[in-house]
Design a protein around this ligand. Structure first.
Ligand code: ZN
Ligand code: ZN
Length: 187
């Protein structure tokens, strides 16, 4: 995308922040509280926010000398699978966001990389990349249904919780196996 290209963000998209009514004067502030549907694929492999689920945005937008500082929390439900026993996990996540978005054509805009400092597109801020980064950093890569989940018996795949304490799969000793073979031929 060429630098300073006209905005291609939709101001009505729930994850786009419109700063038109935020004065470009350092210290000016505005809060944004809204519920936005979660975009697709928000999460990591085994756990994430279901697409369309309610994300609660509780954010503060603050004018700084060359842009807007967005800080606050975004929370929502997460659904996933226990990495040990594959049971369903229903939980919630709260992520902290703190991200600076530089005005177009500001010194910050021309002297920093886009992956260091976010960019505004006109008056608009696309919150989605920062949200994705924060969610991925917060969610566990190996989620567990509970911290001490014992997992599954590797032989029969049944959860250890549902098995008797002395559960085992005793292998018949090969020598005895031979004997039982012998018995059968005698019959
Ligand atoms: Zn588990
Ligand atoms: Zn078993």
């Amino acid at each position: 995308m060429p630098k300073n290209s006209p905005s291609n963000l939709n101001p009505r998209s729930p994850l786009v922040l419109d700063t038109r009514d935020l004065p470009r004067r350092p210290g000016a502030m505005r809060t944004v509280k809204r519920v936005a549907p979660a975009p697709a694929d928000l999460g990591v492999e085994l756990i994430g926010v279901p697409e369309g689920a309610d994300l609660d945005l509780d954010l503060r937008l603050e004018s700084v000398s060359e842009g807007v500082l967005v800080s606050g929390t975004i929370s929502g439900p997460v659904r996933g699978e226990c990495g040990r026993c594959l049971r369903e996990i229903n939980d919630s996540v709260v992520v902290n966001v703190q991200e600076l978005y530089a005005y177009q054509d500001s010194t910050t805009d021309s002297t920093t990389d886009e992956d260091e400092v976010g960019r505004m597109q006109g008056d608009l801020i696309d919150l989605e990349p920062a949200l994705r980064d924060a969610v991925v950093l917060t969610l566990p890569t190996n989620p567990l249904c509970r911290e001490d989940c014992p997992g599954l018996c590797p032989e029969c795949g049944v959860h250890w919780d549902d098995l008797p304490v002395d559960h085992s799969h005793q292998q018949i000793d090969p020598r005895w196996a031979g004997l039982s073979q012998l018995n059968r031929t005698e019959e």
